[in-house]
Design a protein around this ligand. Structure first.
Ligand SMILES: [Zn+2]
Length: 126
């Protein structure tokens, strides 16, 4: 992935593939959705990222602003019992978390690689 951006859509598609921002080939997540220490392809030290809780906080905003209206619409439309709404909200939240959290982490890694000064991932690769 080149350092220059081709736009948000291009970056979003890149984030969907969950690949290394330096070489765009190596898988960057372990099975537990943690970022690997080094890219398996180019050996870039992407484990030194400074993401913090940014990805989780952004995902929480997205989940809160999407699940609550869905549950309110379901309640107004079907008058479901409260426990079933809680189960539906939990399932939707869990699925969205497993789908979107790696994408958001990849996007933040891409932005960090592109804009953070002092990121020497390319220099330390290979
Ligand atoms: Zn790589």
């Amino acid at each position: 992935m080149p350092k220059d951006s081709k736009g948000f859509i291009s970056d979003f598609i890149f984030a969907c593939h969950r690949r290394c921002p330096v070489c765009a080939k190596g898988k960057i997540f372990t099975k537990s959705m943690n970022v690997v220490d080094k890219c398996p392809e180019c050996k870039a030290p992407i484990g030194t990222h400074d993401m913090g809780d940014g990805a989780v906080v952004l995902l929480l905003f997205i989940l809160c602003f999407s699940i609550v209206p869905i549950v309110l619409i379901l309640n107004a439309t079907f008058s479901l019992p409260l426990w079933s709404l809680a189960v539906i909200a939990f399932i939707i939240g869990a699925v969205m978390m497993f789908v979107f959290l790696p994408m958001i982490k990849t996007y933040i890694l891409l932005l960090e690689y592109r804009h953070r000064s002092g990121t020497d991932w390319e220099d330390n690769a290979k």
